[in-house]
Design a protein around this ligand. Sequence first.
Ligand SMILES: [Zn+2]
Length: 456
Amino acid sequence: MRIHSRQLSKHDSSSLLGDLMRLRFLHAALLAVAGLLAPAQIHAQTGTAKAPAGSALSTGLAIAKQHRVDAIGERRFTHAAFWAAVEPSLASRAFRTEVIGRSILGRDIRAVTFGTGPVTVLLWSQMHGDEATATMALADIFRFLAEAEEHPLRERLRQALTIVFVPMLNPDGAELFQRENAAGVDVNRDGRRRATPEAQALKRIRDRVEPRFAFNLHDQSARTRVGRSGEQAAIALLAPAFDAERSYNDVRSRARLVAAEIATLLAPELRGRIAKYDDAFNPRAFGDLMQTWGASTVLIESGALPDDPQKQRLRALHVPAILGALDAIATRRYESADPAAYDSLPFNTGGASDLFIRGAQLVLPGRPPLQVDVAVNYEDAVARVDGRIREVGDLEGAVAIDTLDATGLFLHPRPDALMRRDDDAWLRIGAPAALDLRRGADPSSELVRAFGDAAK
Ligand SMILES: [Zn+2]
């Protein structure tokens, strides 16, 4: 299986890109010899060829596809399933795996180290147990680092960096698919007190390896938009503050440049879907504390994308984001990043409803219609299934991920949405959003759209 993959890697898009770039350079050189190009133009062309826009993105996406660990295919997986899935990769001599602590329920917390370079980078994922997107991407990155021995990106990382990965820092939370650990503690609010073994393990490894850069990998609510009126946020980035004034020292400035690299890299795939996370200083949170402890730290939050119920698209996009950021550090390319690419990102805006049906006429059986707006939230906001009625009435100004203008149409609750006693039927907040949108008040009039468990 591994040999097969290695054969494939000779034909991946990055080496094709390399060939194309060499051809372009040759072409430019030939033109110059013919006296058709000024030297300045040659310089400009080779400069472009060295780092063509989007190459880190396309290379990373090709890696994500080619080295995907198929054993992990859904957001929810156990500690045992994760480590079994990455075991073939971690058998490579390129890695050193060690136990750095145990969770409250006795599960191993492991660190995986790759590379022998002078700059140390620490990444940890799933400190919140139900935030698994980056953990999936780390599995794919391990496979790439294990298999693609001749890949120039892998070589650059190996020589320039010592990368310490701590996937699934909160394995008990992952097992229960809950944010907190087995004691109900939010490990990301335990950075100062460090009462939990998970927080202690992270602090110990930080103190031992003293990273210059760190990546704090999370998932955020799918009900978060880019700015007040933008799209659902797919990714949010943060260079956390190290003080209440949110000032910039060298450590935070470097983090901002790395965040700017990531924003620029992902922009072609996620135009308008990248936000900036709230940068208020939190003295209990690990990202902020890492920054005070001297590691330039970037928070990457995975939000949600339409039609990506298991976040597999976001998982794939994490591969270029993380590898691109690591490469920017390895090559020091981040030093020439434009901080505006980060600063200009709109802030996350939370609290949106999943679905907003505006201006419909609500028809209770046997009653005259009344004009209402209806807000619906899904039990699973990522997969957008199991809708529940959240609010009914004049909801002017409501913010939602999706808004449907139902002016002039009639909303008929199906039996599942209604409470009944004797001949009475009524609608209750929290009921399943089993709703038919029809042309008329007559329940047999033309169906425009049906909302229900599988509704979008
Ligand atoms: Zn989180």
